[in-house]
Design a protein around this ligand. Sequence first.
Ligand code: GDP
Ligand code: MG
Length: 162
Amino acid sequence: PVPVLAVVGRPNVGKSTLVNRILGRREAVVEDVPGVTRDRVPYDASWGGRRFTVVDTGGWEPDAEGMAARVAAQAELAIDAADAVLLVVDARVGAQDTDDAVVRVLRRSGKPVVLAANKVDDQRTEADAAGLWSLGLGEPHPVSALHGRGSGDLLDAVLAAL
Ligand code: GDP
Ligand code: MG
């Protein structure tokens, strides 16, 4: 069976952009407006000759009140069905309460987690990525889903986790 990678995180952190980067094609829908991705969309991916399924998540309304709960619920369903999880955080914004909610779900799941510190478009932003050690999920992998910076190293870490 082909292993499954779930991509989770808050709206607008760049999950769908990162999924497209992983796929090497623009298939997942990217929007400036949060909440565009439908619930749990699977795509066929491969890296280093290994095939896997990457599942983009999203679909909640940008309702600040219920967002933490919804992100956690979405993530939980995707995580349940996954062999490994890619948690995407916007390194420029840093960890938020909703990230903590997802981290709690990840801990409970016992699944291997790779932490992507996204939107590290240049050397200057690398320091922001280091701040994400505070999530307690190990090494944050700095990446720019938009430009591709760091995506090879991130995918190597993903394959090691799958
Ligand atoms: P999602 O809601 O987590 O799926 O986020 P999207 O992939 O839809 O991206 C949300 C916004 O962030 C879009 O405007 C993207 O172009 C932008 N974005 C995504 N990745 C990056 C990145 O690495 N660098 C920068 N500067 N912007 C990014
Ligand atoms: Mg999306």
